[in-house]
Write a protein that binds this ligand. Structure first.
Ligand SMILES: Cc1cc2nc3c(=O)[nH]c(=O)nc-3n(C[C@H](O)[C@H](O)[C@H](O)COP(=O)(O)OP(=O)(O)OC[C@H]3O[C@@H](n4cnc5c(N)ncnc54)[C@H](O)[C@@H]3O)c2cc1C
Length: 345
């Protein structure tokens, strides 16, 4: 049986950033992925994800600041540009808490009127009433390029990626941990499970409870000339967001409204959500083509308080950092999962 220092199950953004962090520490890493790298059946696919410091909670602002430095480090090492910081807006209920958290962490922020914002950013039609929070550090990451860059750099340091291998069993022992697919087996000192929406299926049989549920979300894409800044509209129960999309111009969606699903069940984007998002885009982005170009599906793996689960259970490290907002922190989360794995080495 092939032996490594660390096995990683799942080559989404969290698995590949962990492999990158461990490979930099000289560890011998093997990644197992049930589909192909960059596939569109999980949570890390597509061309863009919002990057922001702007949260009502200072712990996320601090994580954002730390992650920014790590994204820049990755870009330098890979010779690529992943994170575009063109600024971003928060509008709606509670943005004062975001402004206070940003200020508390020494991050730049500006509260302006909708009229002032519209004058500076004519692609967006802001709400007439109420303040607008501008955060110059906001922007978006090229998700596909991020996954590829972490993987390429980890491989350059000897990490191995096995695609098309669905792990069906994890068997920890005193000597290490063995994992099995239907057609192969691997062993190591420790396994890191970054299996996204499938995490409960994999670690549940080990008696490890990961309190998450899975929903199928429906991002929608629109043609728009020029890139508008990112926009997050907080509205009590409903949060909507929009960001640039390199292919079509604009990506928009509702946050956490999808049906609870089994990730192995097929299913399409939600027509009702597409309709609501299309109406919202016609209000906020008047220059965008009102007819959606396409809609995709993507899984949220969500905890009740939207916090990330990063835990070690003996020789099994579990990383479930999603709740629809984990991508921006990926380089930092990869490091934290690597530290947990190192504890068992
Ligand atoms: C619509 C949408 C919009 C989002 N927008 C943002 C945003 O703007 N900003 C932000 O910061 N975050 C955002 N997120 C969240 C972010 O994309 C996720 O937190 C992140 O991609 C999770 O990565 P992951 O590696 O945990 O999961 P995944 O990418 O799903 O990776 C898990 C991998 O494990 C593999 N796997 C599972 N089981 C097995 C098995 N048994 N054997 C082998 N392989 C297995 C899967 O095939 C998959 O490739 C968004 C998410 C969605 C869905």
């Amino acid at each position: 049986m092939q032996r490594s220092d660390v096995l990683i199950v799942g080559a989404g953004i969290m698995g590949v950033s962990t492999a990158y962090a461990l490979s930099r520490a000289g560890r011998n890493v093997t990644l197992l992925e049930q589909f192909r790298l960059g596939h569109d059946r999980g949570s890390s696919h597509g061309k863009s994800r919002i990057f922001r410091f702007s949260y009502p909670d200072t712990s996320y602002v601090e994580m954002g600041i730390e992650s920014l430095a790590l994204w820049r480090e990755l870009e330098e090492e890979g010779g690529v540009h992943i994170l575009e910081q063109a600024g971003g807006f928060d509008v709606g209920a509670g943005i004062e808490s975001n402004a206070a958290a940003l200020e508390a962490c020494g991050a730049s922020a500006e509260i302006i009127t909708g009229r002032q914002a519209a004058a500076r950013w004519p692609l967006v039609r802001f709400p007439d009433e109420g303040p607008v929070l501008f955060s110059p550090d906001s922007g978006w990451t090229d998700a596909e390029l991020a996954v590829r860059t972490f993987t390429d750099l980890a491989r350059a340091r000897g990490s191995v990626l096995n695609e098309g291998r669905r792990i069906v069993e994890i068997a920890p022992s005193d000597e290490g941990v063995d994992i099995h697919s239907l057609d192969g087996s691997w062993s190591a000192d420790v396994v890191v499970v970054t299996a996204g929406a499938w995490v409960r299926k994999l670690v549940g049989p080990l008696g490890i409870d990961v309190p998450v549920h899975v929903t199928r979300e429906s991002p929608v894409f629109f043609r728009q000339a020029g890139h508008a800044p990112t926009l997050v509209e907080w509205g009590g129960e409903l949060l909507r967001y929009a960001l640039p999309d390199p292919d079509h111009g604009l990506k928009a969606a509702e946050h956490m409204v999808g049906p609870i699903v089994d990730p192995d069940d097929d299913g399409g984007a939600d027509p009702a959500s597409i309709e609501r998002v299309t109406k919202w885009v016609s209000e906020r982005f008047p220059s965008a083509d009102p007819a959606p170009v396409e809609a995709q599906t993507c899984f949220y793996t969500t905890t009740d308080d939207e916090r990330f689960i990063l835990e070690r259970h003996g020789r099994v490290v579990v990383g479930s950092p999603c709740s629809g907002h984990g991508f921006k922190f990926a380089p930092l989360i990869g490091r934290r999962l690597a530290v947990l794995a190192e504890e068992a080495l």
